[in-house]
Write a protein that binds this ligand. Structure first.
Ligand code: NAD
Length: 515
């Protein structure tokens, strides 16, 4: 049983006052530099997942609001203030954004913890920390978006100069999920701004608040009116309208594979560019020469980090026969020790799931695991918490041993704190099983034999492979999925291809006078 969480005085008391003020009135959305309600006047509740109570209300945008935002973004894209801003000045703007996020880091972390449910320490180090790094990294790129001169071979010995230039793709729609609300937005905002695009950003309906606070920071940093617009609303309405809007040149989407398919269909009308970061069901592989204690600790972290609501979560644990019982006992023991409580309490290691709907969905997977015959070795139900959290969406870290490849808990993305562990002995069979998934986002390998690790890494169908580590990402390193885990790569220099068009210019050097 998880310990009951006690409230403590913390470093977050002062930023807490700012968050209380932010939550004390209904929020507006940012369109064309103005803070506005939805045209319809409709709002929806943003809910505290730790208690089920309403934090505040945000505009429930619809087609009219998306239309206004796209128009504002188009106007800003055509405005010479933005178009002609020098690369160095665009870089400085991104640096100012990073500095301001850092200056408000504790407040943003607390707001994220309240809205999403995650531990405030995770929000501070991962969500806010990553957002700062992203803007710092991409601040260096506007001045480095170089083209090339190409040694072409034209007919008839004609002498030509052929060179390429890079241009912003235009108005981009960014649709992001609720698991890392602010940093997922920054994964897209920072490279899109570096490339010179203008933006309509739609946060997830479960977690709009940090994005709205971030939009205030962007304005304060000097982002020109209309360059970044934020429309809050539901996926099936606001998101779908943005994905199908003819005034949008590109959609960058992060979310479930199922919704990714809808986005692709919606984008077909004007054949806008689409990039997708989708779901995963990542294998975490333990070889017989790994250190069982260290691996068990890491395997627990790989699945329970952020309540398991991570696209790369190490949700399929494959342990070699020689270590299976030892690792399983240790992972299960670690799962039972994890302190589950409200995210705003600095002592919590794991918070509630994001919503009642998601809690019901994950719980259904726990029931499916039991029904299909997996052996429950930890968790499976609610933790024992103070009465004030009785309506919160908590679930104890859950471990299933002896899972089978046909089970739903092995095949489907749960996106919650539920681990399915399996035994293996033949390495070819292991690799085949690890790859037997429609997803291909990431994988982990634990061993002291690096040669063996590299050989297995080469065979795995995954966009990221971690060897003796897990869930490491960096703004400089490309990230994305094989198979149905996505299209394209975010972060690193690769992401800039998603936000730029390349132009090839041909000059006839034999007719330089135009005669
Ligand atoms: P989701 O697909 O339900 O929603 C994601 C976003 O899409 C939200 O903003 C939502 O409002 C919007 N949306 C919903 N329906 C839409 C539609 N018809 N048209 C346009 N937009 C629509 O996903 P979620 O539940 O918010 O997030 C969890 C999923 O995201 C998981 O599958 C997870 O693996 C994935 N994810 C992937 C990555 C990655 O980088 N690969 C990162 C984080 C999350």
């Amino acid at each position: 049983m998880s310990p009951t969480v006690q409230h403590t005085q913390s470093a977050y008391d002062a930023p807490g006052e700012k968050v209380r003020r932010f939550l004390s009135s209904p929020r507006a959305m940012l369109i064309g530099g103005a803070w506005v309600p939805a045209v319809s006047g409709h709002v929806f509740d943003s809910v505290d997942p730790a208690t089920g109570s309403v934090l505040t209300q945000v505009p429930d945008g619809d087609a009219q609001d998306v239309d206004r935002a796209v128009t504002a973004a188009r106007r800003a894209f055509n405005d010479s203030n933005w178009r002609r801003m020098s690369p160095m000045d665009r870089g400085l703007l991104l640096h100012r954004i990073a500095d301001l996020i850092e200056a408000h880091a504790d407040e943003l972390a607390l707001l994220e913890a309240r809205d999403n449910g995650k531990p405030v320490s995770v929000a501070r180090s991962v969500d806010v920390g990553t957002s700062i790094k992203l803007f710092r990294y991409f601040a260096g790129w506007p001045s480095k978006l170089e083209g090339s001169t190409i040694p072409v071979s034209p007919r008839g010995g004609l002498r030509v100069l052929n060179y390429t230039t890079h241009h912003p793709v235009g108005v981009v729609g960014l649709i992001v999920p609720w698991n890392f609300p602010m940093s997922m937005a920054c994964w897209k905002l920072a490279p899109a701004l570096a490339a010179g695009c203008t933006i309509v950003l739609k946060p997830a309906e479960e977690t709009p608040l940090s994005t709205l606070r971030l939009a205030e920071i962007l304005s304060e940093a000097g982002v020109p009116d209309g360059v970044v617009n934020v429309v809050t609303g539901r996926g099936a309405t606001t998101g779908a309208v943005l994905a199908s809007h003819d005034g949008v040149d590109k959609i960058a989407f992060t979310g479930s594979t199922e919704t990714g398919r809808l986005v692709v269909r919606a984008a077909a009308g004007n054949l806008k560019k689409v990039s997708l970061e989708l779901g995963g069901k990542s294998p975490n592989i333990v070889l017989p020469d790994a250190d069982p204690e260290a691996v068990a600790e890491a395997a627990a972290e790989a699945i329970f980090f952020n309540q398991g609501q991570v696209c790369t979560a190490g949700s399929r644990l494959y342990v070699h026969d020689a270590l299976y019982d030892e690792v399983l006992d240790a992972v299960s023991a670690r799962a039972e020790q994890i302190v589950v409580g409200p995210g705003s309490d600095p002592d919590s290691e794991m918070g509630p799931l994001v919503s009642a709907r998601h809690h019901a969905r994950v719980t259904e997977y726990v029931e499916a695991g039991l029904r299909q015959g997996a052996r429950l070795t930890a968790g499976g139900g609610r933790p024992d918490l103070d009465a004030v959290y009785a309506d919160g969406y908590f679930l104890r870290p859950t471990v299933f041993a002896d899972a089978d490849h046909g089970m739903r808990i092995v095949r489907e993305e749960i996106f919650g704190p539920v681990l399915a562990a399996m035994r293996w002995s033949d390495v070819d069979d292991l690799v085949a099983k690890a790859n037997d998934s429609p997803f291909g986002l990431s994988a982990g390998i634990w061993t002291s034999d690096l040669g063996h690790a590299h050989r297995i890494a080469d065979e795995l169908q995954a966009g990221t492979v971690w060897i003796n580590c897990f869930n490491l990402t960096d703004p400089a390193s490309p990230f994305g999925g094989f198979k149905q885990s996505g299209w394209g790569r975010e972060m690193g220099r690769k992401v800039l291809d998603l936000y730029t068009e390349v132009k090839s210019v041909w000059v006839n050097l034999d007719r330089v006078t135009g005669a």
